[in-house]
Ligand binder design. Structure first.
Ligand code: ADA
Length: 586
């Protein structure tokens, strides 16, 4: 399962994941013999296979697929961790670094019959990889997200982006209540052929009460390249997406061969792409982030994609259950710390009306690590792939980058500047931010739209949350952050599941519940702050090198443990979150 809805009616598409592939480790390691094969599921992480728990090398995944006619095939990989080299019938068709973003491979002119697909995965901490380093979370290896196979002609729809611009105000109705939106629609069509091809692109909104006609546009796709249709369109029946009423619309793009104006358009579409969009605005006004003109109070959770039985390849049912637990605790937002998430999770958030802070891949990198020769290129590629793939999700209300990296140094600042500039050039419709912990040292607070701090009063810092949040807010105002929205992007405390101590010893569930109650109620009571993300939703596994401050090799600050069993803090969070409305102005 790659999405919660069908993305094609015309283009033949099928899933290659959701079944067993042949798995072969390529390196000898403790207890692992290279070239010994077994059948393993895709998606999955090999650290969940018996005997492979500590394997951090390379491995090959192989499967076969059939084609009935000669033609082109597009393979889509939603996530391979960390590096993938893809071959079809022995020929390399794609290479990709980036554990948490999708990529594709287009193979032209495949003959009918059976084909082999083989993916060599490198899950090691190679010095070629600037973003995957031993860290306070686990870097798993494997094909960790879904894989699809599609048959495409020489012309196909590569992407549709729909950016809501404003609601139509009809009969004095406010904020889209009466329906109708203006949106910027960009459709990219790719031409694999060697000659220019005129095409007609139809754009139609689905899931509208009264049905809407397709709006059509002519374009010429140049050989071997991509043409972009870019129009501001009105959708008179579009409904507004709100967290409390998450109306969604599918948008169907159909592609016809030929130019509509010359009358030479083929009547049958040659290709299509269906994506989904929610119409809403996000803006920063004064010190608030507004969604549809109102300021949501962020009652959020940071969440790692992690589970002892699945690694980072979280099944759909568990994603959904995580969101149910978050909702049950009164949460309304998730921060995808510290990397872009599986798109299925974003689909669910869209459907459930959960706000998402989606983040590029980086955690706690020092200036030295940011000076890695490939750091900027790999970060920027991840950001570009994240935005290209996820821009339509209405749940995403902010883009984050570079969690706790070197925002205290001049060199670090150049990276923050470059990455914010890249995001703004790709998507100016959402604010940008970065979670920092460089107290009294950060020199980057003038750059983002939103100032965000990770702080641990009652845990790393033995002081009250009121003291810490008010001092940090005042300091930020004097150091570039004045007047900007202000968020606490992490707060929390550790507890070992099952360790009870009425005297509230550190690491007990009692102490964690106490700390969370104090942190959340004091932070939410601090009026300039728009909200808080708890560190973290569930306990997560950490890299082996991180064992010292991490009993059980876990980051134990989950409100539920790694199996999602609630700790005492669950009810404490529920009580505090439950006592605050979802909007600041409510
Ligand atoms: C940081 C970091 C998290 C986690 C947390 C902690 O703020 O962003 O990834 O390491 O601290 O548990 O200390």
């Amino acid at each position: 399962m790659l999405r919660t809805f069908n993305t094609h009616d015309v283009r033949p598409a099928r899933e290659l994941s959701g079944r067993l592939w042949r798995f072969t480790p390529l390196d000898d390691a403790d207890g692992v013999r290279a070239s010994e094969s077994s059948m393993r599921p895709v998606p999955s992480c090999w650290q969940t296979y018996p005997g492979f728990e500590q394997y951090a090398g390379r491995a090959r995944y192989e499967t076969t697929f059939e084609t009935t006619d000669e033609g082109n095939v597009r393979l889509e990989f939603k996530g391979v961790s960390h590096f993938a080299s893809v071959r079809v019938d022995g020929e390399t068709v794609a290479e990709h670094y980036g554990s948490y973003t999708p990529f594709d491979a287009v193979v032209r002119g495949l003959k009918p019959g059976e084909h082999t697909l083989s993916v060599d995965v490198d899950g090691s901490f190679s010095d070629q990889y600037a973003l995957d380093v031993p860290n306070d979370y686990m870097s798993y290896g494997g094909i960790s997200r879904g894989v699809a196979l599609e048959q495409v002609g020489d012309l196909f729809v590569e992407r549709v982006h729909v950016t809501p611009v404003r609601p139509l105000v009809v009969d004095g109705g406010a904020d889209g209540e009466t329906g109708g939106w203006v949106a910027r629609v960009r459709v990219r069509v790719r031409n694999l052929a060697d000659e220019p091809r005129p095409v007609t692109v139809g754009v139609r909104l689905l899931d509208v009460p009264e049905g809407e006609a397709a709006q059509t546009f002519a374009a010429v796709a140049q050989p071997g390249s991509t043409v972009c249709v870019d129009e501001e369109l009105t959708f008179p029946h579009a409904l507004t997406w709100r967290p409390e009423e998450p109306n969604l619309h599918r948008v169907a793009v159909t592609l016809f061969d030929g130019d509509a104006q010359s009358g030479a358009v083929a009547r049958e579409p040659i290709d299509d792409l269906i994506d989904r969009v929610g119409f809403r605005t996000v803006e920063v006004r004064g010190n608030r982030i507004l969604v549809n003109g109102r300021a949501p109070r962020i009652k959020g959770f940071c969440r790692h994609e992690d589970h002892p039985d699945y690694g980072c390849a979280i099944p759909f049912g568990i994603m959904n259950r995580d969101l149910m637990l978050i909702r049950d605790m009164g949460g309304n937002a998730v921060r995808t710390s510290h990397y872009p998430n599986d798109e299925l999770f974003l689909d669910l958030a869209d459907e459930l009306g959960i706000l998402i802070w989606e983040e590029g891949h980086a955690r706690g990198l020092s200036e030295e690590q940011m000076r890695h020769p490939r750091f900027e290129e790999q970060s920027e590629q991840t950001i570009a792939e994240m935005i290209d793939a996820h821009a339509n999700h209405p749940s995403i209300f902010i883009w984050g980058i570079l969690n706790e990296c070197a925002s205290e140094t001049e060199y670090g600042r150049t990276c923050y500047e470059a990455q914010y500039a890249l995001i703004r050039s790709l998507d100016a419709s959402r604010p940008v931010s970065s979670a920092t912990c460089k107290f009294h040292r950060d020199i980057c607070l003038d750059l983002p739209d939103v100032v965000s701090w990770n702080m641990y009063p009652y845990w790393y810092e033995r002081r009250t949350a009121t003291d810490m949040v008010s001092e940090t807010h005042a300091w930020s105002a004097e150091h570039g952050g004045e007047g900007k929205p202000f968020l606490v992007t992490e707060t929390g405390a550790g507890a070992i599941y099952g360790f009870r101590d009425p005297g509230r010893d550190i690491w007990s569930e009692e102490y964690q519940a106490y700390a969370l109650r104090e942190q959340l109620s004091q932070i939410l009571a601090f009026e300039p702050c728009q909200g808080v993300f708890i560190w973290q939703f569930c306990d997560c596994k950490v890299s082996r090198d991180w064992f010292k401050m991490r009993p059980r090799s876990r980051n134990n600050k989950g409100i539920v443990d790694e199996y999602r069993r609630p700790k005492l803090a669950y009810d404490a969070v529920k009580a505090v979150f439950g006592s605050y409305d979802g909007y600041l102005d409510a």
